[in-house]
Write a protein that binds this ligand. Structure first.
Ligand code: PEP
Ligand code: MG
Length: 572
């Protein structure tokens, strides 16, 4: 019988296919036994996962030899030791052989036993080793489960799961998955951003998904509205076909805008840049008339492979992106790993108590000297092929920019020594940390441009996790505090003659274009999927009228007042 329920549309597009259900495999699994005949195979599976985790640590150490601070090396060595600890290894094997526990459950039981010992210790240093234990248990558990390939035959299927990691998205699409429905997750997550980039319809926060959908059910997914239909009847299928046709017509209408300028009704030109994660995105953005790339998320390259991309591989990727946007700037954001973006090579630290406030963005780059210098050299080399800019993520203070500028100058000098004539690329800072936004006057003369990452800025400003769906509407850029801070940053840019763009998802929300224009924004950077729609919305705006309404907008006391302002602005 047809049934439907809703999640949040996180990546646009319609899809129809059979469901492939992937059940969660968190460490908090309940007691699980294996049949006697499977004990040997289960023990071997655990050994393989332990060995894979050890190999991972070895490779990481080798690859980064010399690039790490001593603390980081000690951290890796300690984890490698724990992985070899006979107490852990033999106890796990015993639990599987004697108790016939599944490998996952054995991991949990042994973790809890050791945790109880650590917790009972008085020595704070030993107590703190519990984090290390959790780190390595987490790695082994990941090898037990996360890397399990999807069963064969997923082509044309819709993956239904608890959650999906950014590093899985491209692989799933390559396997032919046509859409994803996840019970958890949020439209602001990096998985969602990547899904949008790959045009893979995604519905997140569909809490009922795992309870309502069975393997093999026919499912219809609407990545715009977040609606999921199980076992659609004839009427639903008819609507689906009609929607498909209507979308094709709308796309054709929008195509006409490609070669038209992005100019408001009263004649002011607005720069619309694209966000990109790959050369394909860049080429698409170019075809849609983007002014350039305002944000190229370089970490995508790092998320896909278990090996760190070397200088040559990065250079080729960056060069091709530059070539795909002839004559227009491509803004490479330096590595922004950490928080919810864990790479497969293991650079991002695991098990931080508070990863969103931890070693992420520029902090991670400054921890791994060699990785950062390699990336800067690759970007600088690419600048020989066209205009390039360098954008630094998660900047909290001026000192970080001063160091990065010095390192960038060194990269330029090193590339020149190899006979390539290059100039230092313009350097910009992402404004994502509230203190950087409030203190933007102190950063302005250390940069050539600024780009506001509203995804993170909103989460830090409102203390609302961008990935936590349970917080629902609390995550909203339509908060008076957010708007005032944006106006402050944009105003500081004007005062110091430093261009300011917004490159968070807020810039890609076409409904908000009048609001951002009223706040003084003249540069947008958004995913190519909405680029033409945004250009159409801007062409419908009267900038002078919007600016006249800005004081009222900034006086709004709550979200409803802002929405009323927006509704009125859209009608004029
Ligand atoms: C942002 O935070 O707004 C941003 C553009 O960066 P990311 O989404 O990659 O964190
Ligand atoms: Mg960010």
């Amino acid at each position: 019988m047809t049934q439907s329920f809703a999640g949040h549309g996180a990546s646009r597009g319609l899809a129809l296919g059979r469901a492939r259900v992937r059940l969660p495999h968190a460490l908090e699994i309940g007691e699980q036994h294996v049949p006697a005949a499977q004990v040997e195979a289960e023990a071997a599976r655990l050994q393989a996962a332990l060995e894979a985790a050890r190999a991972e640590m070895r490779t990481l150490r080798e690859k980064l030899q010399g690039a790490l601070s001593r603390d980081a090396i000690e951290f890796i060595d300690l984890h490698a030791l724990l992985l070899d600890d006979p107490e852990l290894v033999q106890a796990l094997d015993g639990l599987i052989r004697q108790e016939r526990y599944s490998a996952g459950y054995a991991l949990r039981v042994q973790r809890d036993r050791l945790a109880a010992v650590f917790e009972s210790m008085d020595d704070p240093y030993l107590k703190a080793r519990l984090d290390d234990l959790d780190h390595i248990i987490g790695r082994v558990n990941a090898h037990l489960h996360r890397r399990e390939p999807l069963p064969r035959g997923t082509a044309g299927e819709i993956l239904v799961c608890e959650n999906v990691a950014p590093s899985e998205i491209a692989q799933l699409q390559a396997q032919g998955v046509v859409a994803i429905v996840s019970a958890a997750g949020s439209p602001l997550s990096h998985s969602a951003i990547l899904a949008r980039s790959l045009h893979l319809p995604l519905v997140v926060g569909a809490a009922e998904a795992l309870a309502r959908i069975n393997d093999g059910d026919v499912v219809m997914v609407d990545g715009d509205s977040g609606r999921v239909v199980v076992d659609p009847d004839a009427a639903e299928l008819h609507d689906y076909r009609a929607r498909e046709q209507q979308e094709a017509r709308e796309r054709r209408d929008l195509e006409r805008l490609r070669s038209k300028p992005t100019r408001t009704r009263d004649g002011i030109d607005i720069a619309v840049y694209a966000n990109a994660e790959s050369r394909e995105d860049v080429a698409r953005a170019h075809a849609l008339g983007a002014a350039g790339v305002g944000l190229y998320r370089t970490e995508f390259l790092f998320l896909q492979s278990e090996q760190l991309p070397d200088e040559e591989e990065q250079f080729l990727a960056y060069r091709d992106a530059v070539l795909a946007m002839p004559g227009r700037p491509v803004t490479f954001r330096t590595l922004d790993l950490g928080a919810d973006k864990a790479d497969r090579a293991g650079l991002a630290l695991a098990n931080e108590d508070n990863p969103a406030l931890g070693v992420r963005g520029v902090r991670l780059s400054l921890l791994y000297d060699r990785v950062f210098d390699t990336q800067l050299r690759a970007i600088v080399r690419a600048s020989a092929y066209g205009p390039v800019r360098v954008l630094v993520p998660m900047v909290a203070c001026r000192e970080e920019l001063v160091i990065v500028r010095r390192r960038l100058a060194r990269a330029v000098a090193s590339v020149r020594r190899h006979g390539v004539a290059v100039e230092p690329p313009p350097l910009g800072a992402m404004i994502e940390v509230p203190a950087a936004a409030i203190g933007v006057h102190g950063l302005a003369d250390a940069v050539d441009f600024l780009s506001v990452g509203t995804n993170d800025l909103v989460q830090y400003l409102l203390a609302v996790d961008r990935n936590n769906d349970a917080l629902g509407d609390l995550y909203s850029p339509l908060h008076p505090g957010v708007l005032r801070l944006l106006a402050h940053v944009i105003g500081a840019g004007v005062q110091h003659g430093v261009p300011v763009a917004v490159c968070g998802e807020m810039a890609g929300d076409v409904r908000l274009a009048p609001l951002l224009l009223a706040l003084g924004l003249r540069e947008f950077s958004l995913h190519p999927a909405n680029l033409l729609e945004l250009r159409r919305a801007i062409r419908d705006c009267d900038l002078a009228a919007l600016q006249a309404g800005a004081p009222k907008l900034l006086q709004a006391r709550d979200r409803r007042a802002i929405e009323r302002w927006l509704a009125a602005a859209t009608q004029t």
